[in-house]
Ligand binder design. Structure first.
Ligand code: CDP
Length: 232
């Protein structure tokens, strides 16, 4: 007899964390699609904050101005199975937030306490009903420490750089392997040495090394783990 999800179990919160370009977003999107959940990319929210600070010419040292910016910022996600779209104050910025300078700005702005507070509130609100796959740096440690399933994805830096170059080129963004590699190393260091919600594996997260895995393999490994828990 086929097992069915009971109501509670079909509304899991799945947390996926890991360093830059470790394959979190592609994997999370496919898992969400497989489970009929929504996918929430929290990195895109910090990227949107970084982009807005650039548009307004606000220095990241000017915390009161960043506070004003947070009061006027409106981040909306338009959910699509093929890839969500991000609206910043009504404009679609889905491609713009992937630019290299925005990656660095996102990493820097995400160190500011009021930025994290505001984004974490938004993330908790979006995820509170369950039925979500959320990826980022602190989902299993800070945003949803009681998430039903937690994964921490890693891969060696060359593999990550190669994958990111392909991903950026597919989006029409120019990318050089060495530069991308350097940027990943810089961001990993910036994200894991910060005071607030640093990048780290939650104690109860399952580590998945995707270095030698294809996308299908890494999705399958995670889905098996989730289903084992649901049907236990
Ligand atoms: O996709 P990629 O791994 O390159 O990065 P991302 O997930 O889009 O995140 C961009 C930046 O936002 C990261 O380098 C972190 O500094 C920050 N971030 C964060 O602090 N907390 C999160 N939950 C997600 C992202």
């Amino acid at each position: 007899m086929e097992k069915v999800y009971n109501d509670n179990k079909s509304r899991y919160i799945i947390a996926i964390d890991g360093p830059a370009a470790s394959g979190k977003s592609t994997t999370a999107r496919l898992i969400a699609s497989e489970l009929q959940y929504v996918y929430i990319d929290t990195g895109a929210m910090y990227r949107a904050c970084g982009l807005r600070s650039k548009q307004l010419g606000i220095s990241l040292d000017n915390v009161p101005k960043i506070g004003e910016m947070l009061d006027e910022i409106k981040i909306e996600i338009v959910f699509h199975e093929a890839g969500n779209r991000f609206l910043l104050n009504g404009s679609d910025v889905s491609e713009m937030i992937r630019e290299k300078d925005i990656s660095r700005l996102a990493s820097d702005i995400s160190q500011i306490g009021i930025v994290r507070e505001r984004m974490v509130d938004l993330q908790r609100d979006l995820g509170k009903g369950g039925g979500v796959v959320m990826d980022g740096r602190d989902i299993g440690t800070v945003v949803f420490p009681h998430a039903d399933c937690k994964f921490f994805m890693i891969a060696d830096v060359d593999t990550r750089a190669q994958r990111r170059v392909i991903e950026l080129k597919a989006k029409g963004i120019e990318a050089d392997f060495e530069e991308v590699r350097k940027d990943l190393i810089w961001r990993d260091n910036n994200d894991s040495t910060r005071k607030l919600a640093p990048l780290r594996k939650a104690e109860d997260a399952i580590e998945i090394d995707t270095t030698g895995l294809t996308i299908d393999e890494q999705v399958a490994e995670i889905v098996i783990n989730i289903k084992n828990k649901m049907y236990a």
